[in-house]
Design a protein around this ligand. Structure first.
Ligand code: NAD
Length: 479
């Protein structure tokens, strides 16, 4: 069985006898053992990153970019192996796993392009003979804490902007899906990246994650995960008043207007709802459909969802794989049961028919009210609850009335409705006539409890930069 060790200061370090057993969710078999980093090792990783940071930042940005490009090329050269590793621990379908690996390499290359583009400013002074320079400078050591649903891509979403701007990083993968991160660390070991610039420590949120949020040598902590973890990271970071970047849960509403192209809406919302087996922060989690097209939409949607296949994606070509673990299945079942008790009607799916892995079928629930738990809380399983609306005002109010504010979508062929929705829907992202995914040059950020700060593009890069303003007074008399 594959055994992985923590990667600190450019080398894989000895274990201390404690391991995480990683399970293939499609079969429930243990597929690897990952050494848990002790608190001491976590501190060592942070110190290694601190030690490496000064000389890393001293390199010209283009030299740092060249290191990133080398990593992107190593990912491409090992894409097949990385895809298999990712599928085995996370249960993705092959096509999505391939997209994740290739997109990660492209994302790193895209970020490298910013080397010659990010800039400071020269500011007008109120005094004679003075220049005011605003430098954009690295923050220092980044703590990066990852979830399990896009674990490989999220390494790059934190590492690439952090390293390009002169920071160094310590990453903690999710204990559900650490293998791909350790395979990435093997590529880093082969590369010319200086020791200590990238470090990887596995372990619990309470110990390793907490240290990455509260250690006095961390300059910014960037978490992608649940709201609960976000609250804890923010509290821990408050001790040292450091910057936090939190990308948290979502409950994306999809609004289907009466003038919508219904077939397009059905196709897009279904693809979004079953993507990554229903476990994406920005996939459609609730639908509001205009009363005039409600029956047509539900009829077509249920037909499509009834055809969705699932199984072990390493063994066959399925639409979905399993949920990530037993808790995922238990949560989905319990939430559905409570929705039914509140008056919901299961139109298809809903029953676990195969427990050889953590499978849950594509499910549609109607008869739900906007205030029901299933319309308000993140499900993270392929279940779509559908409610009816009469006016656009009502639909927009219901969409906005939610503690999450990450992604939203609206289906309409009316330009006035599209323009109004793009102003009045209060979410970090709104898709019109399509669903996720977001672009690497966009900005992925959430309103309300979906997070603070964000990732991607220019604004995501600037998350990892501090400003330093220098006032230079010069003398004109003595020349
Ligand atoms: P999670 O919150 O359980 O875990 C995420 C990470 O936080 C893990 O590495 C975990 O060990 C760590 N953690 C837990 N407690 C911690 C603590 N006290 N201090 C520091 N770290 C701690 O989330 P998950 O189940 O891995 O992922 C699913 C969640 O992530 C969903 O809510 C999903 O919407 C969200 N997500 C958001 C985005 C986004 O871009 N907004 C992207 C992917 C996933």
């Amino acid at each position: 069985m594959q055994v992985y060790h923590n990667f600190i200061d450019g080398r894989f370090v000895p274990d201390n006898g404690e391991f995480i057993s990683v399970i293939n969710p499609a079969t429930k078999e243990v597929i690897s053992q990952v050494a848990t980093a002790s608190l001491e090792q976590t501190k060592e990783a942070i110190m290694a990153a601190k030690k490496a940071q000064k000389s890393w930042e001293a390199l010209p940005a283009i030299a740092r970019a060249n290191h990133l490009r080398e990593l992107a090329n190593l990912i491409r050269a090992n894409a097949k192996h990385l895809t298999d590793v990712l599928m085995a621990e996370q249960g993705k379908v092959r096509a999505l796993a391939q997209i994740e690996i290739n997109f990660t390499a492209d994302y790193i290359d895209y970020t490298a392009e910013w080397a010659r583009r990010y800039e400071g400013e020269i500011i007008q002074s109120d005094r004679p003979n003075e220049n005011i320079y605003l430098y954009r400078t690295a923050i220092g050591v980044v703590g990066g804490i990852l979830p399990w649903n896009f674990p490989f891509f999220l390494i790059a979403r934190k590492l690439a902007p952090a390293l390009l701007t002169g920071n160094t990083i310590v990453i903690k993968p999710s204990s559900q899906t650490p293998n791909n991160a350790f395979e990435f660390a093997k590529l880093v070991e082969k590369s010319s990246l200086p020791n200590g610039v990238f470090n990887l420590v596995a372990g619990s949120g309470a110990i390793v994650g907490n240290e990455l949020s509260s250690n006095e040598n961390i300059g910014i902590v960037s978490l992608t995960g649940s709201v609960d973890a976000g609250v804890k990271v923010m509290q821990a970071a408050a001790k040292n008043i450091i910057k936090v970047s939190l990308e948290l849960g979502g409950k994306a509403p999809a609004i289907v207007c009466k003038d919508a192209d219904i077939d397009l809406a059905v196709r897009a919302i279904k693809a979004s709802r079953i993507c990554n087996n229903g476990q994406v922060c920005n996939c459609a989690e609730r639908a509001y459909v205009h009363k005039d097209v409600y029956d047509e939409f539900v009829d077509k949607f249920v037909k499509e969802m009834s055809k969705v296949t699932f199984g072990n994606t390493l063994k066959g070509d399925f639409d979905m794989g399993p949920l990530v673990n037993a808790d995922g299945v238990a949560n989905a079942k319990a939430m559905l049961e409570r929705a039914v008790s509140a008056g919901g009607v299961v139109e298809c799916g809903g029953k676990v028919t195969d427990d050889s892995g953590f499978y849950f079928p594509a499910t549609v629930v109607t008869g739900v009210k906007h205030s029901d738990e299933i319309m308000q809380k993140e499900i993270f399983a392929p279940i779509l609850p559908i409610a009816k609306f009469e006016t656009l005002d009502e639909a927009i109010d219901m969409a906005n009335d939610c503690e999450y504010g990450l992604t939203s979508s609206i289906y309409t062929q009316n330009l006035d409705i599209a323009m109004r929705a793009s102003k009045e829907i209060k979410f970090g992202e709104t898709y019109i006539n399509r669903e996720n995914f977001e672009a690497m040059q966009g900005f992925h950020a959430g309103f309300r409890k979906s997070g603070i700060g964000g990732a991607d593009g220019k604004h995501g890069l600037y998350e990892y930069l501090a400003t330093h303003v220098v006032y230079l007074q010069y003398n004109t008399n003595k020349q």
